[in-house]
Design a protein around this ligand. Sequence first.
Ligand code: AMP
Ligand code: ZN
Length: 463
Amino acid sequence: MFIYNTLSKKNEEFKPIKNSEVGIYTCGPTVYHYAHIGNMRTYIAEDFLRRSLEFLGYKVNHVMNITDVGHLTSDADEGEDKIELSAKKQGKSAYEIADFYTSAFFKHFDSLNCLRPSVSCKATEHIKEMIELILKLEKNGYTYKTSDGIYYDTSKFKDYGSLVGKAHIEGLKAGARVEMSAEKKNPSDFSLWKFSPKNEKRQMEWDSPWGKGFPGWHIECSAMSMKYLGETFDIHCGGVDHIPIHHSNEIAQAEGATGKKFVNYWVHMEFLVLKAGDKMSKSAGNFLTLDSVTEKGYSPLAYRYFCSQAHYRKQLEFSFEALDSASKGLKNLKSAVSDIQEKTGGAKKENNSSKHLDNFKKALQDDINIPKAVAVLWEALKDSSVEPAERLWLAGEFDKVLAFGLFDFKKEELPPEIKNLCEERTLAKKNKDFKKADELREKIKSLGWLVEDTPAGPKVKKI
Ligand code: AMP
Ligand code: ZN
């Protein structure tokens, strides 16, 4: 299997540390607001990755964090804690806000058929591990103190910014991207531990060897990923926005503390955008949630199908027109499966040497090419040289990865008007009045239903 590694900027052959077991860490949500459909694109892409690995025979240990403290409104360590700010705005406690948006997140996550991680860990429940990690960094000489916290000195870490390349780091050094607070030694330095403000009581704060405060956002991912997956693990995922800061900092923290390589494969998901180049962002307020999509009558799985149409390393532009055609595409797919199921009475025939199965696996092995995998599904369903029972089995196998709910179809009830027209048409055919029968078929079609004559009698389905 080949996978694109942001670290080497190459497609690399995937070799897990332990033969057939894979450790994956995916950066989870910051639970101060609803996740938007852009965030959900990343979780769906990560789910395709995980399911592909499982399909190809790996045992996956998947860890995802819940950021319920420490993520500030600016990535430059300035501003307020997003959760405390949301709590103030809504007149609730920070813990209530975090709980509320964590449940809302998993409701969407489940409805998109994303498999729950083996471990979902909250930042607030791992403060001890974060403090221990900062202590190691302190011992190894990577930290310094300012009036508002303990900072990481990025000039001490030899490979800082290896994920993005030197040019970007030079930019950071020149102060082009981040406004630097007076006490920071380098623009790319970041907080490991922030002190609670002197004249304000925070709801979320803890004692530490440096004084009362709270952890920086980046330290949580290094601490929790290593706790559950070990000091070196296989795959770390997240959206492309995390490459220059969050993930670069995670590497600096983990490797600065252990002296070992942190992650073997960095996998980054491209953005969902609204219009060409227009970013969707929670903080900028220009975002759609899954609810705003389902309120318009689209199922969450239609959104999953929409996401399957672009490779995870390509930007995907969202529009309701595009979602509409994806929704129709999924309906057609399910109806093709339903037709085969009717033919076989549900019987499936396993064939592990099927060429379609082989093509499907090849698509997954080629850097998780899900659009190709969906094309293989269509080819398999339409291949009349393959027995229907075998096609049905293939659909079941492929849906282990695609998770479109291909077998969850409800037969649409025929409206009485359509039912009457169909009966009239059957009568016309019986009386050999084919002209009338054809006219009735056209009328039924204009009302959105398709009549097909089969050896078992006429079949009617929604267009
Ligand atoms: P956050 O809750 O902001 O920490 O983001 C959760 C995940 O969504 C991260 O992996 C981000 O990189 C990713 N993400 C943020 N915005 C987008 C977007 N517009 N499209 C795809 N992924 C995104
Ligand atoms: Zn993270």
